[in-house]
Design a protein around this ligand. Structure first.
Ligand SMILES: C[C@@H]1N[C@@H](c2nc3ccccc3[nH]2)[C@H](O)[C@@H]1O
Length: 442
């Protein structure tokens, strides 16, 4: 092992109540909302297909012109309670809102910058309304914060000169001040989701990122931070120079999932953040430009994450007025419909320790010990293979919802077929397994 002064604060999975709740949540709503939500990927009549939150770069817009968008930010249709009830109906147990994205615009009234909501036509404390509404709906609130800041004069991608080093020292102080300010302003917040920490400037500041994690966790005991906050002594990110995870959960899965058969990911807590279009985090006016994931596609990702002991954070991008698009409202409703019947297989679930099969995913409820099969691909044979450890056998299999008991065919001491009634299955479904000790194996 390489000796590190600025590696992880601890090893293994946190078992405190705050982290256990994070783990039980399993399904969250990501919300990207900022100045980029106003133009929505269209500038001077031209549509830019790249991610809408990068429009400044993709359309070559001057900093002055872009920053002028703050004078148009007036989300008069924003209603925190409506947003929270849509998330509640979808079945999201936590939410993560962008407080400041790479553009540097702050959704909260910050003492440390003029580039914030206070200097827009919108005069209410939007973030307080947001945090209060979601908290009252019983949804845990997390805040996204981009270290990368295109607006701030002291931001440096890499530190080449002494001027750069001095500027970045000021930038580090600014960053720390803003983060402490967020925790003080919004005491309900459960955690911070860091982004924009891939540049050399941050890799050269592993010590600072370590001390920042310590400081923030002292300010807010139980605080949860993602792996993107940290760099170690040698500039390694997410995992230190010994391969150990830094931060409380691995958050490198951005618009991608691990291989469904990869059991190594179960060693740490982790989360996949996902867009509904191929690559749009902020609101984009034209979703027809790329593939839009449908509800069953998204449910399969949620099921896969749970089956491998990870969380699924699904992104929504409201427009500049604070309104979600019709496709997002429909998908939220459809996911919520499915969760009404099947959420027992998701909430409080974890890796079941069973061999992945082609028909779908196993999950295990950590409290009840019940094992679930979440089926997406019904085989032509209508036989769902289950391979159990020698000492276990299935005593019962029931469809969740309708409750129907399914026939079992045990044709090998550790293999069983769960037999599906031969009919058409047009929606993913869940089977609850009851397992018992296998006497024969004595
Ligand atoms: C969680 C996601 N991370 C941001 C992001 N910035 C990037 C810069 C370069 C390559 C990929 C990126 N993803 C996206 O804008 C979104 O906020």
């Amino acid at each position: 092992k390489i000796k590190l002064d600025y590696g992880p604060l601890y090893h293994g999975k946190r078992q405190d109540p705050a982290m256990k709740k994070w783990r039980e949540n399993r399904f969250g709503q990501f919300i990207h909302w900022g100045l980029y939500s106003i133009p929505g990927g269209v500038w001077e009549g031209k549509t830019y297909g790249y991610a809408a939150e990068f429009l400044k770069a993709s359309a070559g817009i001057s900093t002055e012109r872009w920053n002028g968008l703050k004078d148009e930010f007036n989300p008069t249709e924003f209603n925190g309670k409506e947003w929270a009830s849509m998330a509640k109906a979808m079945g999201a147990k936590y939410v993560c809102l962008t407080t400041k994205h790479h553009e540097g615009f702050c959704l909260w009234p910050s003492k440390y910058t003029e580039f914030d909501i206070e200097n827009t036509p919108y005069q209410k404390d939007l973030m307080k309304e947001f945090v209060d509404a979601y908290s009252e709906a019983g949804i845990d609130v997390y805040l996204y914060y981009s270290v990368l800041d295109w607006y701030h004069p002291d931001w440096r991608t890499k530190l080449k000169t002494m001027d750069d080093v001095e500027a970045f020292e000021r930038f580090k102080t600014f960053t720390q001040n803003q983060l402490v300010e967020l925790l003080e302003r919004y005491p309900q917040v459960k955690g911070l989701w860091f982004d924009g920490t891939w540049d050399q400037c941050w890799k050269d500041n592993g010590k600072f990122s370590y001390e920042l994690e310590v400081l923030l966790k002292e300010k807010r005991p139980g605080l949860i931070v993602n792996s993107r906050l940290r760099a170690d002594d040698f500039g390694k990110r997410h995992r230190d120079s010994n391969g150990d995870l830094m931060g409380d959960f691995e958050s490198g899965y951005e618009r991608r999932l691990p291989d469904p058969r990869d059991t190594s990911v179960t060693k740490n807590d982790w989360e996949c953040c996902m867009t509904i279009p191929e690559n749009q985090w902020g609101y984009h006016k034209d979703w027809t430009l790329t593939h839009q994931k449908n509800t069953n596609e998204l449910l399969e990702m949620l099921a896969q994450c749970s089956s491998q002991g990870g969380n699924f954070l699904l992104n929504f991008g409201p427009n500049g007025k604070g309104v979600f698009r019709a496709e997002e409202k429909r998908i939220a409703r459809e996911i919520g419909e499915w969760m009404k019947t099947n959420s027992a297989a998701i909430y409080g679930s974890d890796y079941a320790g069973l061999k992945k099969q082609d028909w779908g995913y196993f999950t295990k409820n950590t409290k009840s010990g019940e094992v679930y099969m979440i089926v997406f691909n019904v085989p032509i044979s209508y036989q769902l293979r289950v391979e159990l450890p020698k000492h276990q056998t299935i005593s019962k299999a029931n469809m969740v919802g309708i409750g129907q008991e399914l026939q079992l065919e045990k044709f090998d001491s550790n293999e069983t077929f769960v037999l599906l009634p031969p009919k058409s299955y047009t929606s993913p479904f869940v089977i609850r397994l009851e397992l018992k000790a296998n006497k024969k194996s004595q």
